[in-house]
Design a protein around this ligand. Sequence first.
Ligand SMILES: Nc1ncnc2c1ncn2[C@@H]1O[C@H](COP(=O)(O)OP(=O)(O)OP(=O)(O)O)[C@@H](O)[C@H]1O
Ligand SMILES: [Mg+2]
Length: 152
Amino acid sequence: MLLDAKTFMLSTEEDTRHLAEKFSDLLRPGDCVLLSGDIGSGKSYFCRSLIQHRFGLLIDVPSPTFTIVQTYDHPNGDIWHCDLYRLGGVHEIIELGLQAAFETVICLIEWPDRLGPLEPANPIRLTLNAGVDHHIASVEGPKEFVAQLGDI
Ligand SMILES: Nc1ncnc2c1ncn2[C@@H]1O[C@H](COP(=O)(O)OP(=O)(O)OP(=O)(O)O)[C@@H](O)[C@H]1O
Ligand SMILES: [Mg+2]
C-alpha cells in the first residue's frame, strides 16, 4: 500500500476539532487510527471531537483510561475508543476482542505502542506534539486517505 504523510499546525483547540471532524467524515469500518504523543498532547481531545462530530455534541465521551475500551454504536460504522496505557499485557488485547474489532469497526487507539506485535495492518498514524503555543499533528497513512484530508 502506498503511504503518504502530512503535518498540521494546530494553534487552537478549534483547529484540532476541525482535523478530527475531517477524520470523522473519512473513516470507514475497518479503519484504525493509532494516536501517539505524550500525556496531555490532545489524543483524547481529538477522539472526543471526532466522536461528537458523528454522534452530536451532547454525547458524553469519557477518557477510556480505566475502562480501556469505550464503544459507540452507529449505523454507518461503530467506533471503539481505546486507551491502552493501563493494559496488563498483550493477552488482554485478545480478551477484549480488539483484533476482531480492527476488521469490523472504526478503532481509535491511544498508546498503540502497547499493541506490540498485534498492531493492525495499514493503520493511520496520528502523532500529536504539544509545543509552548501550538500543537503539531503528524499524519501518516494510506496515500488516498492523507490526500483527502486537504487543509484544515
Ligand atoms: N491545540 C490543542 N489540541 C488539543 N488539545 C489542546 C490544544 N490546546 C490545548 N489543549 C488541551 O490539552 C489537553 C489535552 O488533554 P487530553 O486528555 O486530550 O490528552 P491525552 O493526549 O489524551 O493524554 P493521556 O495520554 O493522559 O491520555 C486538553 O485539556 C485540551 O483542552
Ligand atoms: Mg487520553
